[in-house]
Design a protein around this ligand. Structure first.
Ligand SMILES: [Zn+2]
Ligand SMILES: [Zn+2]
Length: 343
């Protein structure tokens, strides 16, 4: 089959590779679309240590079941499906408590690190364990379904923070996850949602998708917040960037007793305003990937509560993968999600 292979750091190539062998508990999916994730773009230069070549990346995908392992039930050839990126064991103490994203035997599709190598979906076919595969409703397109993986990340982060109806929410970062968090907190009942993002294209997108306001980080302050939504400080804030600056900004806009969701982690370490966190009783919630929230995310899409279509900037054949990775890596154009179509 044809696959987009990270041959060496920084070098992607279309190659002919063997079609994946199917284990008893797996299904073979003929990939219709696979999104390029920021973690693929950042990872391909070796900086994260999670894309050790050679690797077929890609974990945001949807397709058609084309083969079913001997021990699989409930899925059949021809089913339209999407799948989680996290392969969890279902047996460890974290899985047994429902915290499958913290699984002790966790593997991620399209990732190769010191411990394992698991081929992803930038290929004609991918083999996926059946327990992370979900049928998609007719009303949801393959393109929309490929965005469920990032949506599930946003849904999990909002679940961690648990905003209340009528809350004022601030989201720092208007990338893919920030945009989806903004829509999800709105759906969770937050009255006002303010997105903070330096790029005008992304600020405009946030407004279009329902944010009450979108501000440049340079103008974001309690005074400005009061001006645009009547209150100087937010009940909940989310950092969808993960740098010293983004966290400092998020916490500077948080009301006493407020909660902060931490999703981005571009910097491995950042200074923490300890005194403010202690005396203002902030709650900080780390949030990683998702906890098998796919059925709920599919529902949000099917009901059109969350709108993902404007977040797709480009749909291109798999062969153009090296080109689009290059565009995204060097920020050559203002873009959100690029989807590749292997079939
Ligand atoms: Zn991703
Ligand atoms: Zn586990």
């Amino acid at each position: 089959m044809r696959a987009l292979v990270l041959k060496e750091y920084g070098c992607l190539e279309i190659q002919e590779v063997p079609t994946p062998e199917l284990a008893d508990d797996e299904v073979l999916v003929r990939v219709q679309v696979c999104g390029i994730c920021g973690s693929d773009v950042h990872g391909m230069d070796g900086s994260t240590g999670r894309r050790i070549p050679p690797i077929i990346m890609g974990h945001e995908a949807a397709g058609i079941v084309d083969g079913v392992g001997a021990r699989v039930s409930g899925l059949a050839v021809g089913d339209r499906v999407t799948f989680d990126s996290t392969i969890y064991c279902g047996r460890c103490r974290f899985c047994l408590r429902g915290r499958v994203n913290l699984c002790e035997n966790r593997r991620v599709l399209g990732v190769s690190c010191g411990e394992y190598r698991r081929y992803g979906a930038f290929a004609e076919w991918v083999a996926v364990p059946a327990h992370i595969v979900y049928p998609i409703p007719q009303s949801v397109t393959f393109e929309q379904a490929a965005l469920i993986e990032p949506l599930s990340v946003a849904v999990h982060a909002v679940e961690r923070v648990r905003p209340r109806i009528g809350d004022l929410a601030v989201v720092v970062g208007g990338g893919m996850i920030g945009q989806l968090v903004a829509q999800t907190v709105r759906a969770a009942g937050c009255d006002s949602v303010v997105v903070i993002e330096p790029d005008e294209y992304r600020r405009e997108l946030a407004r279009r998708l329902g944010a009450s306001s979108a501000l440049h980080p340079g103008e974001a302050s309690p005074g400005k917040l009061a001006e645009v939504c009547g209150r100087p400080l937010a009940d909940v804030v989310f950092d969808a960037v993960g740098t010293a600056e983004s966290l400092a900004l998020a916490l500077s806009l948080l009301e006493k007793g407020g909660s902060c969701g931490l999703i981005g982690n571009l910097a491995p370490e950042v200074p923490l305003p300890l005194q403010a966190v202690v005396t203002r009783e902030y709650s900080l919630y780390g949030s990683c990937a998702s906890q098998a929230d796919y059925p709920r995310c599919l529902h949000l899409l099917a009901e059109k509560t969350i709108c993902v279509d404007p977040l797709v900037s480009r749909i291109a054949p798999l062969e153009e993968g090296p080109l689009w990775f290059d565009v995204l890596y060097h920020h050559r154009q203002p873009m959100m999600k690029v989807l590749l179509t292997p079939n």
